[in-house]
Structures are given as C-alpha cells and as structure tokens.
Design a protein around this ligand. Structure first.
Ligand code: ADP
Ligand code: ZN
Ligand code: ZN
Length: 767
C-alpha cells in the first residue's frame, strides 16, 4: 500500500501541513506527485494536491485509521521539487499551504467540483480553457490532378484555396459558401483529406521591425565576462546568483540569449522573467527570433485558453524556454538549467495577493532546489541585490556582480540636463514645457527624429483643488483623493473605481466641500494635457502618440501604439511609467521628463530608489542608435541625490546617501519589514484584532532587541470600499525567519468574524 501526502485546498491558516491518505490499488497508476485528488476531509469531499508519495504513513497514524484517496481529478501539474518550493513559500510568506500550491496548477483550474448525480464521479470545474482542435483541409496527391466538372465553381474555389497549402476549415467556411459540403464531396472523391490538429493559442506573431535579435559579430568584454560568470554558476549547480549590472543598451538581452543557448545545448531548459509591462511583442519577438517554437509565453494579458496552451506546451516538453511575467516561475518545465530575471529591481515582481512572494526570492529558492543558476539583470539593480553581491554570499550561495558599463559599438550614454522648474516659473514661463525642452523638441522635428516624454504619475495625478483653502475632494468610501479627468469632466476614485460627474460632487462641484469657495481648479497634469499642449507646439509636424492606462486598456493596445511609433517617420511618444522600460528604438534621440520629483514625495522608504530607477531607465531610451541621445529632466527638487546621480551617471553618489538613510532608519537591506493589514466594516473588530496582534507580537518578541513592532495604526489609505484598514508593521534582522514568527502570531488570533487579515512579508506596498 502506498500513501499520499495531500494538501487540502481549504484556505485557512489553521491548517498547516499535509495529511496522509492511502492510495487504493486501482488508482496507483494515476496518483502522482502534483495530481489533484478528491479526499474526504472532516467528512466532506474536498479537493487536495499530492505533494509526496511514501511507503508508509508519515504522520505515525495507524494505517487502519487512514482514509483512501477517492478519485483523481487532474493529472500531475508539478513535481517534488516544486512541492518543496511551495512548502517553503507557505512558511516564508505565512500563507495557507494550498495558496502556495495553486500557482503551480494548470491555468484555468478552479477549486470547485460538481457531479451529475449522487452516483456519478466528481469532476473539477474549470474555466473554459481545455484544448481546442482545428480541422485542417489538405490537398491530396490525387487532388492536385483532380479536374472538377465545368459547373462546379465552388469545388474549384476550394481547390484553388488549398493549392498553396493546408487551410483551416473555419477559414474556408468564412470565404466560400457551403464550404463544408464541398469539402465533404471532395473528400469522398479522394481529392482532399481533413485532419484534426491541436490549436496552440497565444503564440501570436509580431510585426515590429525591431523585434528580432540579430546575432552580434562579437560579444563585448562585459558580455563575455557575464557569460563566463553564468557558466561558472551553472557548473557549480547549487543555485549561485549572477547579477548582470549593465547600463541600458549594454546588451544584457544578448547575454541572456547566449546563456540560454548554452543551457539548451546541455539538454536543459530556461525560465525568463520580464516585468509584465515590458512583456511586449518586441521582447517576446527577440526570444522567438533566436529559439523559434521552443519558446512558450505566459502572462496575465493572455486569455485562459492561451495560457493553458502555452503552459501545456511546456508540460509536454515541446517548449524549453519560458518567457513570462513573475508567474512563469511556476511553469512545469522539466530539468530547469537557468532562471533569468530581467529588470530585477522592478516592483511588479512582488505579488500583491496571497501568496505575497517576491519573484527574486522565490527564484533564489528554486535555483537552489533545482541546482541551477540564477541570473538577475538590471541597469539599476535593487539595493538588496547590490548588498548581497557586496557580501559575496547570501542564503548559502554565491552572489557575483558583473558590470557592463558600456554600450556596444558607437552608441554612447546620453547627456543629461536638469532643468529647475522654479526658475522657469520665476522667469515667466508657466507652461508645462521648459524653454530647453521646447528647443530640444524643435531640434527633433527639424532632424525628423523621435522623442519620448515621460509624465511621472505615480502618486500625483490631476486633482481638483480649492484655490482658497487647498482642499482636495476625497472619495466618501475610500480615503483617496479623487482625480479629475478632463475629457469626461469626471472625478474618479482610483481605489474603488467610482466616478462622479464634476457637477454632482459634492453638490455643485464648483463649490469647495470644505470652505464653500467657488474657485475649484484642476491641479497637477495628466498625459492628456501634455498631449494637448504638445499638439499646440508641434502642430502637425510630428505624430503624437499617447500611452497610458486609458489608451492601452484594450488587448494588444500597448503593442499597437508601439507599432505606430515604430512606423512613424517623426514622432513623440507621451506616456506614464510604462514607457520607461524595454523600448529599444534607435531613432529616439530625446527623452524629456516632465516632472521628475512627484514620486519623491510619496511616504515610502523606497521613494528615492524608485525615482532614481525610473529616471535612469527612461534616460536609457535615448541614443540607442548611431545618433547621440539627450535627456532633459524637469524638476522642482533639482538638488535631490536621486536626480543629481542620474544627471552625473553616478549611482554611487545616490547609493551613499540612500544607504546611510536606510541604516539610520533600520530599513531593508539592513532589516526585514513586514506589514499586517486588517480590513473590515466594523471599526471596533478591526481595531481589536490589530491591538491583540501587536500585543501578542510584543510578548513573543520581548527581549529580542533587533526586532521592532510598530503600531497598530490606520493605514495611509485608511478606508477602501467602506472598509476600514489598520495595520501593524514588524522589523526584523535581515536573516530572520520572519514569516514563521509573524504568521504564528496571526494564527494565534484565531478567527475574527468580519475582519480579514493580510500578512505581507518583505512588503513593498506601504499604503
Ligand atoms: P539591454 O538589454 O542591456 O538594454 P540590449 O540587449 O537591448 O540591451 O542591446 C542593445 C542593442 O545592442 C540591441 O540592439 C542589440 O542587438 C545590440 N547588441 C547587443 N550586443 C551586441 C554586440 N555584442 N555587438 C553589437 N551589438 C550588440
Ligand atoms: Zn476650500
Ligand atoms: Zn473609492
């Protein structure tokens, strides 16, 4: 008799581990590690996942007391190594074990079962995603000589359509009337054959001219050094990390491609993570152009069916390179030889919902589990990664930094000019555009080049503000300032999404809700306004393309705009953060930052780092071709180290001041930081839960001098959708096992009706 270790899918912190079930002989072949099974738990049929198989029950319960696995609901989706990583994730991030396993399951699989009647077997309910077959019609050898009768014009049309190769039935049906009947007749005569082929969704084509990766004649010194370090890490086979610290355009992608090539030659596969936002056809195209159909793509903008097909390609061993967002880490790739995280500093690698893992940390763990190498790439590595490389070792593996300070060939880093906007204002220029930026734009138009303008919008959008008392209207359900959308004259809450026509807020909106003044004006700027003002300056001398959440909300919208920018003769791309990354257009010679400092004002210890990263990244979009690039940064805070460091291409300058501040305030990388947030409608219940948690943490950590418990306090966003939010923060020494301590205290709180509690270890979102 064999036994299965099963994690039951009941998302509660009270259930800590896996439970033993016996495997009946008739299921012995189908119950594997990674299978989804049906078991009885507390006398109710429940979904569970097999995380291990053993010869005897692990828990020491007498075999006679152990219940059987009832049914297999889905075939294996993960292996033993993945199961171990999931178990680590549950402990490290204090989440229920089943939530740590779910990301490994087939896309579309839900935790729902149903059956026709009491006698039938149970079935998993899945989102519509199963395989899709297409019927293809091909011309047979006989068909090539087949002569339809003179009046059989539709037969002729079908044969014509097939002369260049097989065509999908659906396509024939769409173009030729009654195609199905005609094909059936031709099939009877042996002129055509019809075959069923599995359709692979999500492998879309790209038309961007820059989406190919021509193999360079020779690698730069930096690239060779990086490759050799990666080679050593692969040989060591214990999860060593190589940080490729290369300025934008230094050829990091080429390093990835070469390292993947070597990995494939060894018969192993590679996982490549790219921030969701830069996972464009351009990025994917560069990998496809080198590895063709060996590439599977996984990200959240694909439909469930597309994700399922791409995932299944990997599981079947038909694709060995997975390019995707952070969730690509969970792809069922056998024999992982290399994991790559591009733009490793990106905030989007931190998952916002349970399991709240950070892709970098999860990848570290996986690389150790698989004995493969982990490559982190960035022009602005995270302060955490830099600190580990300086130590040379972290978490039992080696951390090596390789620097690539130059761009290949003639391309040089752009010159950077900082423009102090208070001086512009003082000298009478009240426009969004400073005089130097206007002049530079004129130059771009004259030379028929391209420019990119960044509007730094995180945090500050357009507000309706009272000119007399400074009041900004807030959402009545969330403590969020409402933003003002000029085109539609609407006020929008970006926490809950509710909108108000300006005339209805709070009564007539022209009146301040605080002092009754009638001088309510729009303050701050949106991409829309930049676009409008730009149009006044440029007229029709250049195409203006706006890229923000509004213009890219449709599927493929992001890519269509990039294609337009690519195809234009002379154009200006105006956009938010999303334009800062990954764009590689050689004709871009000017980058303008409209407002560099807005992110500096956010109440977050990473504000300086994020601003520095953003400016450095967007600056790297200029001058990637033969013509030199120029960057103009407009700011009201010209002397801030983050801005000065970008202007001088001197990261060290920023790091020095930033690290001193972090050490002083005991923040990462000197400490770990966790945030526990309670939300609920009942203020008293929420308050009590957080009071109890803080007390329990303080008791548990009494005498631990390096641990700190902060709060409880209201969150910065103290209300969202009519729910109040309070939080407790915990600081711990960097190597501490924080998830176990914080998770343990949260578990001890027990069930709190009406209060939901989110534990965020190594939190990035402090709001
Ligand atoms: P990064 O990813 O570091 O921003 P890319 O990999 O996009 O940089 O490279 C920038 C440009 O340089 C690309 O157009 C790429 O094809 C080219 N390139 C990369 N490596 C070399 C090389 N060794 N020789 C010549 N051109 C190269
Ligand atoms: Zn007012
Ligand atoms: Zn709201």
């Amino acid at each position: 008799m064999r036994y299965a270790h099963v994690v039951v899918d009941i998302p509660t912190r009270a259930l800590e581990g896996a439970f033993d079930y016996s495997v009946p002989d008739e299921l012995a072949r189908d119950v594997e590690v990674g299978s989804t099974v049906l078991v009885n738990f507390s006398r109710r049929p429940s979904v569970g996942y097999v995380v291990a198989l053993t010869e005897r029950p692990a828990s020491g319960v007498p075999a006679s007391k152990i219940r059987p696995v009832l049914q297999v609901l889905a075939p294996s989706a993960f292996d033993l190594g993945a199961a171990r990583v999931a178990s680590w994730m549950a402990r490290e991030y204090a989440c229920p074990p089943c939530e740590a396993i779910r990301p490994f399951l087939a896309p579309g699989q839900l935790v729902k079962i149903r059956r026709e009647d009491d006698a039938s077997p149970w079935q998993l309910v899945c989102e519509k995603s199963g395989p899709v077959d297409d019927r293809w019609v091909c011309l047979s050898e006989d068909g090539k000589r087949y002569e339809p009768r003179g009046n059989a014009s539709r037969q002729r049309a079908v044969l014509d359509a097939l002369s260049a190769g097989p065509v999908r039935m659906a396509e024939l049906a769409a173009t030729i009337n009654g195609a199905a009947k005609v094909v059936a007749a031709l099939e009877r005569r042996g002129a055509v054959t019809v075959e069923t082929r599995r359709r692979v969704r999500g492998s879309g084509e790209t038309t961007l001219s820059s989406a190919v990766a021509p193999r360079p004649q020779r690698l730069t010194d930096g690239q060779r050094e990086a490759l050799s370090a990666i080679g050593k890490a692969r040989e060591a086979g214990r999860g060593d990390v190589v940080l490729v610290d290369g300025v934008t355009g230094s050829g990091k992608t080429e390093v990835y491609l070469a390292a993947i090539e070597q990995t494939l030659e060894e018969g192993k596969g590679a996982l490549v993570l790219v921030p969701e936002i830069s996972l464009t056809a351009q990025t994917v195209g560069r990998f496809r152009s080198r590895f063709g159909d060996d590439v599977a793509v996984l990200h959240s903008r694909l439909s469930v069916g597309e994700r399922y097909d791409q995932w299944d390609l990997v599981r079947q061993g038909l694709a060995h390179v997975v390019v995707g967002a952070r969730s690509a880490l969970f792809a069922p790739l056998a024999n992982v030889g290399l994991i790559i995280i591009d733009e490793e500093h990106e905030g989007s690698y931190k998952q916002g919902q349970s399991p709240r893992y950070h892709a970098r940390e999860l990848a570290c763990r996986m690389a150790r589990e698989r004995g493969c190498a982990l490559v982190l790439g960035s022009a602005t590595p995270s302060i955490e990664s830099l600190a580990r490389c300086r130590a040379g070792e972290w978490g039992g593996v080696r951390w090596t930094r390789v620097s690539m300070p130059e761009r290949p060939g003639s391309s040089v880093l752009p010159t950077v000019q900082v423009v102090d906007m208070t001086q512009q204002f003082g000298s009478g220029n009240h426009s969004i555009f400073s005089d130097p930026l206007k002049k530079a734009l004129e130059g771009v138009i004259e030379r028929r080049e391209k420019a990119v303008l960044l509007l730094n919008r995180r945090g500050f959008a357009t507000f309706l503000m009272c000119r007399e008392c400074g009041c900004v209207p807030e959402c009545p359900h969330c403590s969020t300032s409402l933003t003002y959308h000029e085109r539609t004259s609407q006020l929008v809450c970006h926490s809950c999404g509710q909108t108000w026509p300006t005339v209805a807020y709070p009564n007539p909106a022209t009146q301040c809700p605080n002092c009754g003044s009638r001088y309510m004006g729009a303050f701050g700027i949106g991409t829309q306004r930049v676009e409008d003002e730009l149009a006044l300056i440029l007229g029709d001398r250049a195409e203006i393309i706006r890229m923000d959440a509004d213009t890219t909300s449709e599927k493929g919208g992001h890519q269509r705009l990039l294609e337009r920018f690519d195809a234009a003769e002379c154009a200006v791309l105006v956009g938010t953060q999303m334009i800062a990354k990954g764009l590689d257009f050689p004709e871009v010679t000017l980058v303008g930052v409209i407002n560099a400092d807005t992110t500096l004002k956010l109440p977050d210890f990473r504000a300086g780092e994020r601003t520095y990263d953003l400016l450095e990244q967007v600056a790297g979009r200029a001058g990637r071709g033969d013509r030199p690039g120029r960057v103009i940064i407009q700011t009201y805070w010209a002397e801030h180290p983050a801005i000065q460091a970008v202007a001088r291409h001197d990261r060290q300058m920023f790091l020095m001041s930033e690290l001193a501040e972090r050490e002083d305030a005991y923040y990462p990388p000197y400490a770990r930081l966790a945030n526990v947030v309670a939300t609920g409608r009942d203020v008293r219940a929420v308050t009590m839960a957080m009071d109890d948690l803080a007390a329990s943490l303080r008791k548990r950590l009494a005498g631990e001098r390096e641990w700190e418990v902060l709060g409880p306090a209201d969150c910065l966003k103290s209300r969202i959708k009519d729910r109040v939010r309070r939080h407790v923060m915990v600081k711990a020494p960097a190597p501490a096992n924080m998830g176990v301590v914080v998770g343990g205290c949260v578990r001890d709180l027990g069930r709190r009706p009406g209060v939901s509690i989110a534990v965020d270890i190594d939190c990035h979102d402090l709001m």
